[in-house]
Design a protein around this ligand. Sequence first.
Ligand SMILES: [Zn+2]
Length: 85
Amino acid sequence: MPIYDYACRRCGEMFELLVLKNTVLECPSCHGKDLEQQLVTDFAVSSESTRQSHLQKARERHKNSKDVKDKRVAEAEEIREHAQE
Ligand SMILES: [Zn+2]
């Protein structure tokens, strides 16, 4: 989806806007229409770092879920041991 970074020349507000066919380019703060589209490279850099942090979060989640699984396995083994007694 085409999300662009804009800066408002009137009040200096910076915001991201999802630009569709019927989107009105307008500052969410002062409703001014004198906007400056930010460089696409800035967006690329920020999305890259966002992707990296998402990846890291996914890895952490994976690690946590593995811990939970190990705990479950350990519990199951403990139950089995008790059952044999
Ligand atoms: Zn503004």
